[in-house]
Design a protein around this ligand. Sequence first.
Ligand code: AMP
Length: 211
Amino acid sequence: MKMILLGAPGAGKGTQAEILSKRLGLVIIGTGNIIREAIASGSALGKKFQSYTDHGALVPDDLVVEMVADRLSQPDCSGRYILDGFPRTVVQAEKFEEMGATVDAVISLVISDEEIMERMTGRRVCERCGTPYHIHHNPPAAEGVCDKCGGTLVTRKDDAPDTVAKRLAVYHEQTEPLVDFYRARGVLTSIDATQGMDRVTEEILAAIGET
Ligand code: AMP
């Protein structure tokens, strides 16, 4: 199973990727997490990434495609993965196809901009391992502490209201066209992302024939 999760920032891609990864034994390739790790490492590439992410802009296509190609070449991926946050533009999707990559299912998580704004204010992420949480919808067992690794939960800089507004504009302009791109390839299922987390997971599993 090779799956892509599409959706606006805050639609629940990271959360669903975690759940599906456990249920189906799929490796998560989350470009946002890989980019944040590079930024945290303080490398020159990380600094370059930060100049885009801090302003809600997308990292240039070539850099992201190279990063994904590199990750996919590692043995643990071997044909069973979930792409969370990639592709983000039609150019990335085309380059991905040029690499010879195929996908079995693309899930589009549908949600309004207003709902996204409300959700983002409660979003937290583990600064050590990148696991996503939400203070209301998906809280950790102990406030501010990651269930998985005990790391500190933080609000991402790019979840600030102004940046979220910019990211939503970027989503509509650059990423939403991928819905038609994958619909034309016959692999797209759209799911209402405002339902409870468990219901969204059930609908994804049904869409990929895993119920
Ligand atoms: P995310 O955690 O997926 O919301 O990603 C956080 C930030 O990383 C985004 O706002 C972008 O700046 C950058 N990013 C993540 N994935 C991509 C991608 N596929 N293409 C370009 N930029 C990306």
